[in-house]
Design a protein around this ligand. Structure first.
Ligand code: CO
Length: 134
């Protein structure tokens, strides 16, 4: 059911040093920081030939990644995003299999303007999973 790996998201306390490492040490193509207030993050997109890395910095006092960054002050992998062809069919299949969909269970518009859902990490080997409509 799942398709391509779309991105790996890494949450960091500050985008500047993390972006510099990807750009200067790793030689990657990086975007300018993009504030996404509706998601409570500022994101830098790192474009790789086969997937993306998203560097996330908390934005605002109610950022959903604030606690995670507080627990991981050096930064840490926050989630993986897999593409699916039909996000509602994927959700229904996962719920039938006993997986927990976070929030109200309805897709929201993600950082790329496409519908996304998140799955509880305890149901997937400790990894928070984002599904994005391809
Ligand atoms: Co994501």
């Amino acid at each position: 059911m799942i398709g391509r790996l779309n991105h790996v998201a890494i949450a960091v306390p500050e985008l500047g040093p993390a972006t510099a490492k990807y750009r200067d040490a790793l030689g990657a193509e990086v975007s300018a920081p993009q504030p996404l207030p509706e998601h409570g993050v500022t994101v830098v997109f790192v474009t790789l030939p086969n997937a993306k890395v998203e560097l996330l910095e908390p934005l605002g006092e109610a950022s959903p990644i604030a606690d995670f960054v507080a627990r991981n002050p050096k930064g840490a992998i926050h989630h993986l995003c897999y593409e699916v062809d039909d996000i509602l069919a994927a959700r229904d299949r996962l719920k039938a299999a006993g997986a927990r969909v976070l929030g109200a269970g309805e897709p929201k518009t993600g950082a790329h303007g496409k519908p996304v859902l998140f799955l509880h990490p305890n149901d997937f080997s400790g990894a928070l999973i984002e599904l994005e409509q391809a």
